[in-house]
Design a binder for this molecule. Structure first.
Ligand SMILES: C[S@@+](CC[C@H](N)C(=O)[O-])C[C@H]1O[C@@H](n2cnc3c(N)ncnc32)[C@H](O)[C@@H]1O
Length: 311
C-alpha cells in the first residue's frame, strides 16, 4: 500500500473506509479527476488508472515522481534545513520578490519556487521540471501546516513551519508512489475529461473542492480555488451522464449538496454525522460531509462483504 507524498487540503485518508464501502465489488479502470494528494489512489493502487488536477505544479510533481523517482530523491537531498542561514550564492539572498528581507533559507526556496514556476513560458519551455517538483515537496514538508495556498496573483505564500526534524526527502514514499503511478495516465485539465476516457464497468471517484456550507463561508478560499456553483452543476451533470453509460461513480462533497445528489438519483449518506458519534460531540457539524454513490447496496465492496463471507 502506497501513501500520499504531499500533504494536501481536503486529503481523504480519514474517509477511506466510508468511500470503499460505496465502491463496486469489482471494476475495470479507476479514474480520479480531482487528484490533490491522491489519498484514495495511493491506498488503492489500481492496476489501470487516469488521474487529473487543474494545478500544473501538482501534475508536474506526479510526473516526476512516476518517471524519475531516484533523480528526484537525489535533488531533494541537496536542500538544507529550512531554518539555516540564507545561501549567499542564491539569487534571492537579499530579499524576496515582495521586497522582504530573507533571513532563512526556507524563504529563498519559496522565492525561487515562485520566480520559476510563474515565468511566462512555464511549463511549455520545459524548464527544470525536476527542480520544480523537488521545490514543491521541500516547501510542502517544511511550510506551516503543510498547506498549499496561493496569493491572488498566484504566488505560494505559506510561511515557514516549526518542525523539530523535518524530513523533506521522503525517499520511501516517493519510491512506493512511483510504483503506484507506473502506467497511470496523469492529466492536467478540467475534470470533465472523464467523459472521453471512462468506459462501462470503470469507476470514477470525484473529490471536488467542497461547496461552502453557507454562502459566506470561506469566501476567499472558495473563489481562489475557482470552483463555483456552475462547476458544481457541471460536475453533477457529468456524474449523471457517466451513470447512464454504466460507469460507477462515487463522490464526496459538503453536506449542502445532499439534496441535489439525492434528487439526481444517487445513494447519498451523511458521513460527518456518523463520524461525530464516535468523537467529541462538540465537533459535530465541523465535518458535515456527504458520500454519494451510484452503486446499489447489493453490488458494493466494503467491510460488510468480508463479514458475510464468514457465514
Ligand atoms: C479536495 S481536493 C482533492 C483532495 C484529494 N482527494 C486528496 O486526498 O488529497 C480538490 C482538487 O481539485 C483540484 N481542482 C479544482 N478545480 C478543478 C477542476 N475544474 N478540474 C479538476 N481538478 C480541479 C484542486 O487543484 C484540488 O487539488
Amino acid at each position: 500500500m502506497a501513501q500520499p507524498v504531499l500533504k494536501w487540503a481536503g486529503g481523504k485518508r480519514q474517509l477511506l473506509d466510508a468511500l470503499y464501502a460505496r465502491f463496486p465489488d469489482s471494476f475495470e479502470r479507476y479514474h480520479e479527476p480531482f487528484f490533490g494528494g491522491g489519498a484514495v489512489f495511493f491506498d488503492l493502487e489500481p492496476a489501470a488508472a487516469t488521474v487529473n488536477d487543474t494545478n500544473p505544479r501538482l501534475v508536474n510533481f506526479y510526473e516526476q515522481v512516476r518517471d524519475r523517482p531516484e533523480a528526484l530523491i537525489e535533488r531533494l537531498r541537496e536542500f538544507r534545513d529550512p531554518e539555516a542561514d540564507p545561501d549567499p550564492d542564491l539569487a534571492f539572498a537579499e530579499e524576496t520578490r515582495r521586497g522582504k528581507a530573507v533571513e532563512q533559507y526556507y524563504y529563498q526556496q519559496r522565492a525561487r519556487f515562485n520566480e520559476r514556476a510563474y515565468a511566462d513560458d512555464w511549463p511549455e519551455s520545459g524548464g527544470d521540471r525536476l527542480e520544480e517538483a523537488a521545490l514543491l515537496l521541500y516547501l510542502n514538508r517544511t511550510c506551516y501546516n503543510g498547506l498549499y495556498r496561493e496569493n491572488s496573483d498566484g504566488g505560494f505564500n505559506v510561511p515557514i513551519g516549526r518542525y523539530a526534524d523535518p524530513d523533506w526527502v521522503q525517499a520511501e514514499r516517493v519510491r512506493t508512489a512511483s510504483r503506484a503511478l507506473a502506467g497511470t495516465d496523469i492529466r492536467n485539465g478540467d475534470f470533465s475529461y472523464v467523459l472521453d476516457v471512462a468506459d462501462p464497468g470503470d469507476l470514477v471517484y470525484f473529490d471536488p473542492p467542497y461547496e461552502p456550507m453557507s454562502p459566506t463561508a470561506d469566501f476567499a478560499e472558495y473563489s481562489a480555488e475557482g470552483f463555483g456553483r456552475e462547476d458544481q452543476q457541471r460536475l453533477l451533470d457529468v456524474a449523471s451522464e457517466l451513470d447512464e453509460r454504466g460507469v460507477s461513480v462515487v463522490l464526496s462533497n459538503s453536506g449542502v449538496m445532499y439534496d441535489r445528489y439525492d434528487e439526481a438519483g444517487f445513494f447519498v449518506e451523511r458521513e460527518g454525522a456518523t463520524r461525530a458519534i464516535n468523537s467529541d460531540a462538540s465537533s459535530r457539524g465541523e465535518v458535515d460531509e456527504i458520500v454519494a454513490t451510484t452503486v446499489p447496496p447489493g453490488e458494493r465492496r466494503g467491510p460488510d462483504q468480508a463479514a458475510l463471507d464468514e457465514y
